[in-house]
Design a binder for this molecule. Structure first.
Ligand code: NAD
Ligand code: IPM
Ligand code: MN
Length: 352
């Protein structure tokens, strides 16, 4: 049988609640689909930071490098500055493993009513550039204690970086509707964005059957609320893609259902799969978090490993549980994380 080694970082807050739910589902499916998963559970995150002064061991990246993928719950704790938790774990993994694509599909799942009037179907994908752009490490500095006190950070867009994300998005659009929307802000103020447009347009021109429409990010935000079905595949810079993916998840009912795949498409390094949401300190410890984002992320991991049948099975298992009316509180239901997970597990044991 095929065997995979997956590093599991449940992390902080509700990460500790949604991760076991997803692992149980994958375990329940593995046998029937002819593979086994060896989970390497890592106690990394904010507790590790409080005990050792680091979010993960100094050789953490090297430890992960020998695995077939990483599943991450969330990082972030109210008593530790976010720059410490994020630069100590999440961001280095994305960068060291060249996970330059952040793929964020979203759909209105069965049993869910969109908060947007009259919207009963939504199926779009945000292709987010994941390691450069506004999240650059260049020039980031806070100049304190002087009259001209200020914070600065430079955005970095490389031709290679924009080209590869545009290629990925164009290939995806080619398999879907052929319609690609590029999120931009090139109306003269943000100096990097005309370059983004130029490189995206030149790249997409090589893909027959794919059209690219550049839309200014402010207007695009409104359009995704007013006419979300006019958008199919969106290619966006790091920050714009971050914001649009939560917006799209909100339109689909909850950020608790949205998955995120941090992909190294060339498979030279492991990829990482996580829900879009964070550690949700406001509901952590109550057993009410929605585990669908993490389950869907686990399904994307199975796809990436080549276990497409198991991935479809897992997706249909949580969809059927939701269609049957079992929903967590964020979606207006009353199910706990455990109750919802049992409803999914019941559908993992039977043929999809
Ligand atoms: P958040 O995503 O944690 O929560 C936003 C809101 O959505 C909260 O009201 C929360 O209760 C709700 N929510 C989120 N996930 C849910 C789920 N699965 N089920 C039900 N409700 C859910 O965002 P935030 O509050 O802005 O950030 C909290 C912390 O998480 C911060 O430290 C932030 O830096 C961190 N964060 C981490 C990641 C990550 O690890 N990838 C992502 C986003 C935020
Ligand atoms: C996400 C998160 C992160 C991001 C934060 C926590 C740095 O919001 O994965 O969407 O902006 O990439
Ligand atoms: Mn985000």
């Amino acid at each position: 049988t095929r065997q995979y080694t997956i590093d599991v970082i449940a992390g902080d807050g509700i990460g500790q609640e949604v991760m076991p739910a997803a692992l149980r589902c994958v375990d329940a499916l593995a046998d029937a689909h002819g593979f086994t998963v060896r989970w390497r559970e890592r106690d990394w995150g904010s507790d590790h930071y409080r005990a050792h002064g680091r979010m993960m061991p100094a050789d953490g990246i090297a430890q992960l490098a020998s695995g077939d993928g990483v599943l991450l719950g969330a990082v972030g704790a109210p008593d530790i500055p976010d720059d410490v938790t994020l630069w100590g774990l999440l961001i280095p993994i994305r960068r060291e493993f060249h996970q330059y694509v952040n793929l964020r599909p979203i759909r209105i799942l069965p049993g869910v009513t969109s908060p947007l009037r009259g919207l009963d179907e939504l199926d779009l994908v945000v292709v987010r550039e994941n390691i450069e752009g506004e999240y650059s490490e260049v020039g980031g500095r806070l100049y304190r204690g002087r009259p001209e006190e200020m914070a600065v950070q430079e955005s970095v867009f490389t031709r290679a970086g924009v080209t590869r994300i545009a290629r990925y998005a164009a290939e995806l659009a080619q398999q879907r509707s052929g319609r690609l929307v590029s999120a931009t802000k090139s109306n003269g103020i943000i100096h990097t964005m005309p370059f983004w447009d130029e490189v995206v347009e030149a790249t997409v021109a090589e893909y027959p059957g794919v059209t690219v429409e550049k839309v200014l990010i402010d207007a695009l935000a409104a359009r995704m609320v007013l006419k979300p079905r006019s958008v199919d595949v969106v290619v966006a810079s790091n920050l714009f893609g971050d914001i649009l993916s939560d917006l799209a998840a909100g339109a689909a009912g909850s950020i608790g259902v949205a998955p995120s795949a941090n992909l190294n498409p060339e498979k030279t390094h492991p990829s990482m799969f996580e829900p879009v949401h964070g550690s949700a300190p406001d509901i952590a410890g109550q057993g009410i978090a929605n585990p669908v984002g993490t389950m869907w992320a686990a399904a994307m991991m199975l796809d990436h490993l080549g276990e497409e049948e198991a991935a479809r099975h897992l997706e249909s298992a949580f969809e059927q549980a939701m269609a049957g009316g079992t929903l967590t509180g964020d979606l207006g239901g009353t199910a706990s994380t455990e109750e919802f997970t049992r409803a999914v597990l019941a559908r993992c044991a039977t043929a999809p």
